[in-house]
Design a protein around this ligand. Structure first.
Ligand SMILES: *Cc1c(COP(=O)(O)O)cnc(C)c1O
Length: 464
């Protein structure tokens, strides 16, 4: 399988090269040249498999013969060995036909581990084989950075440098990034918000001299391999609930549009999905886009679900590519307009396709807190604020449909203890393996929102 850029001007790449390069050189994102198909029988045959065995079958068409079957099975096995639940991503019932998909049993307590642990293993295998090294630079609203640092710490062939918005991540998130002691991982606290971090990261990728000099690689959800890893749990959870013999609906708490895009990919691959619901917090650019077709940036307002405090959802570009019949030039024009004017308008045809595939809902801060409280009282489940946004929107959207609705629980409550305590009066405990997080020493570098200053710090830290 080949990978092509959403802007149509960059060379086609193999799976491995697309994974290592992150952003395409024309500024676009890599997507598979076609969607591989899983037949009804292929999907039915996933029933009863371990998460690892299902993951192998679902991801194999994307990786092709990049790795031998044994090698790929080993990669998957190592990736999920650190998850503290035998199901890896268990389903929990919260209503007659309502479910939570718990994605937070990995080492850093957020769903980012599902993809990051896998790509850590894939990077290491590929780079060792090629005798190469890379410098990974990532931007994070909190969870991607901690998952990347955890997944790559101590690996021989990579240095990892993470940019996070100073003062805008939770203390647990910050400490997960600043306390690992391996010399190849670095947390940089940047002035600005997440969109600023992501913009500087894109600037670095578009600075080809710098990019080549430090062998820049990306692990944000602009990296196709991350989306691929997330496709798996839509299949496994649907099969647990009776798919492909019945349709299932999903509500996904959305920021950068990576997770919900993975659900869309599962649908394109043949999984019978009834409704895909985008759940946003008060930073609701995607909800507004679905309502009217205008994709208009407004300032980011910090919320109690900070991992969704985003106005530029990078992966939305991957969807736009499909909405515009895979015309790279159309995507390029819209993204130029967004860059220049902070807004673009979807065509009637594109908007019609968008609303045919997705529904959306917005959850306010008060509704988020009320949902955390109500879920604790009615089910005994303690939710993180992001998961609460999903549950709130899922409830509002499900109506009296007989189709099972799965809301994604994307982080553990203990990752956002202040918001959970404010809502319930209960301060969630960290799990035993990180009980001493608040006693560990921190290592942080403050950096300005300035490309040249950032490049200098990265050159100094990278071992290339
Ligand atoms: C990253 C994140 C999200 C948003 O996921 P996207 O793929 O960026 O849409 C939601 N919840 C949590 C806890 C996250 O870490």
């Amino acid at each position: 399988m080949k990978f092509i850029s959403t802007r149509g001007q960059a060379p086609e790449l193999s799976f491995e090269d697309a994974m290592l390069s992150g952003l395409a050189r024309d500024g676009g994102l890599y997507v598979p040249s076609e969607w591989p198909q899983m037949s009804h029988d292929d999907i039915a045959a996933l029933a009863g498999l371990s998460y690892e065995d299902a993951a192998f079958r679902i991801m194999k068409p994307f990786v092709g013969d990049t790795y031998s079957d044994d090698e790929f099975r080993g990669i998957i096995k190592r990736a999920y060995a650190g998850f503290r639940h035998p199901a890896r991503v268990p389903l929990v019932q919260i209503g007659p036909n309502d479910f939570l998909l718990e994605l937070h049993h990995g080492p850093t307590l957020a769903f980012k581990d599902v993809a990051m642990q896998l790509i850590g293993q894939m990077f290491e295998t590929t780079l060792k084989k090629r005798g190469e090294r890379v410098t990974i630079v990532g931007a994070t609203s909190g969870d991607t950075g901690s998952a990347a640092i955890e997944a790559f710490q101590g690996l021989e062939s990579v240095d990892v440098i993470i940019l996070y918005p100073h003062g805008r991540v939770s203390e647990v998130q910050r400490r997960q990034m600043s306390t690992p002691t391996a010399s190849n991982v670095h947390a940089l606290a940047m002035d600005g918000d997440f969109d600023d971090c992501q913009a500087r990261l894109k600037d670095m990728f578009n600075d080809f001299d710098f990019r080549d000099r430090v062998k820049l690689a990306g692990v944000n959800s602009i990296n196709w391999a991350r989306v691929m890893a997330q496709v798996v749990y839509f299949f496994t959870s649907a099969v647990s609930l009776g798919g492909p013999h019945r349709k299932i609906s999903f509500t996904v708490p959305t920021g950068n549009f990576g997770d919900i895009f993975a659900a869309y990919v599962a649908k394109r691959m043949g999984l019978p999905i009834d409704r895909l619901v985008i759940a946003t917090n008060q930073n609701d650019i995607l909800h507004r886009t679905l309502q009217g077709g205008a994709h208009e940036k407004q300032g980011v307002t910090p919320s109690i679900s900070p991992s969704m405090d985003i106005q530029v959802s990078s992966n939305f570009e991957r969807l736009m590519f499909d909405l515009y019949d895979r015309e790279g030039s159309a995507v390029q024009q819209l993204m130029d307009a967004l860059q220049d004017n902070g807004t673009f308008e979807l065509s009637q045809g594109a908007l019609a396709k968008l609303t045919a595939e997705f529904d959306s809902g917005r959850c306010s801060e008060d509704e988020t807190s009320a949902t955390i409280k109500d879920m604790l009282e009615s089910t005994g489940e303690l939710l993180c604020p992001h998961s609460a946004v999903a549950v709130n929107v899922a409830r509002a959207q499900r109506g009296d449909s007989a189709v099972p609705m799965v809301a994604l629980a994307t982080a553990h409550a203990a990752k956002f203890p202040d918001a959970v305590e404010d809502a319930t009066g209960i301060r969630p405990d960290l799990p035993p393996h990180m009980a001493d997080l608040f006693d560990r020493d921190e290592r942080i570098t403050r950096v300005p929102n300035d490309l040249e200053a950032l490049k200098a710090v990265i050159l100094e830290r990278s071992r290339i």
